[in-house]
Design a binder for this molecule. Structure first.
Ligand SMILES: [Zn+2]
Length: 171
């Protein structure tokens, strides 16, 4: 996989905070000067980021599954670090994304970048490759996928996507 600026940024943050898996994403956010709080939000809303005087405030839907919350926090942190100059309010809901800036094309690119950042932060390529080693994963083997997903604190679906992108699957 090509290294994007989003992956590089995530790797840089990890090298400075030095967390093992599962990555303590709230602690990483705090290291970046961003506060995280659980909020009462509509079910369709995963979370939001507000930037005020350069400081980030991430709100995450308190009712969502812990793995989803971790991904949301990582995603919003990606917006803060990568897109903080473009907008000051980011609200992530599916399937609509709201942003107080720019074109829909710009928004789409930002979403992809924030997801790339989150994937690298929660499932660092280096750690995942080392963990998988020579025993490539069969993504149809639910037990192995779930076990590995639990180690990283991510959903089986997020892990399956990541393993596929990193070419760590059999077949
Ligand atoms: Zn987003």
């Amino acid at each position: 996989m090509r290294d994007t600026r989003a992956s590089l940024r995530a790797r840089d943050i990890l090298s400075r905070t030095g967390s093992g898996v599962p990555i303590d994403v709230a602690a990483v956010a705090r290291e970046c000067g961003v506060s995280v709080s659980e909020e009462e939000l509509e079910d369709s809303v995963s979370g939001f980021l507000v930037i005020r005087d350069g400081r980030g405030i991430i709100g995450v839907n308190r009712r969502h599954h812990p793995n989803r919350k971790r991904f949301t926090v990582a995603h919003e942190l990606g917006h803060y670090l990568l897109h903080g100059d473009d907008a000051s309010v980011f609200i992530d809901s599916s399937p609509v994304f709201f942003r107080d800036d720019t074109s829909s094309e710009g928004t789409r690119v930002q979403e992809i970048e924030a997801n790339t950042f989150a994937a690298e932060l929660l499932m660092p390529a280096e750690i995942l490759r080392e963990r998988v080693g020579h025993h490539l994963i069969d993504i149809h083997d639910e037990t192995s996928v779930r076990r590995l997903a639990a180690e990283f604190g991510v959903s089986a679906q997020a892990l399956a996507i990541r393993l596929t992108r990193l070419d760590l699957i059999t077949g």
